[in-house]
Ligand binder design. Sequence first.
Ligand code: S3P
Length: 169
Amino acid sequence: MSNIILIGFMGSGKSTIAELLAQKTGKELVDLDAEITKAIGMPITEYFATKGEAAFREIESLKLAEGLKSDAIVATGGGIVVAEANRQLLGQHPTVVYLQTDPQVLVQRIREDQLNQRPLADEKSDEEIIQLFMSRIHHYEASATLSIDTTDKAPSVVVAEILERLAMV
Ligand code: S3P
């Protein structure tokens, strides 16, 4: 079995699910946002404010390419599917899991999340966040080899479902 890559919008639970999947499977965990934060030496929000989104996306693509080389559980950032080069890279991997979530629930989770600052959500209205989600949804769907609905499910249930669908139980 090769790596398992999680994609989905902000608030879809990628980091939480990835951590649990890594525990269950014994695979290494690669969380791209954490890798990027280490590389830039400052919070992502600060990097967006000082260097801009384009600079962030360049590092994000580098870290994706690096992360995909390992046999790991890889949690991506919500914007990973925006760049075509990233989508092509994802397309070379057999296990790309899209964590599908109702947009209103995404907004609610983003607003309730005190731990993560999100430059592309914190200053936006609910409608703007949903618009951003809508502009990406076709990319998530097209990049995924497996889609799992997370809307009303506890993380442990989502993890069990992913492992079952991948026949890893
Ligand atoms: C982003 C999502 C964030 C982070 C950055 C940009 C996006 O990751 O990579 O703030 O463009 O959707 P999460 O999806 O883990 O919040």
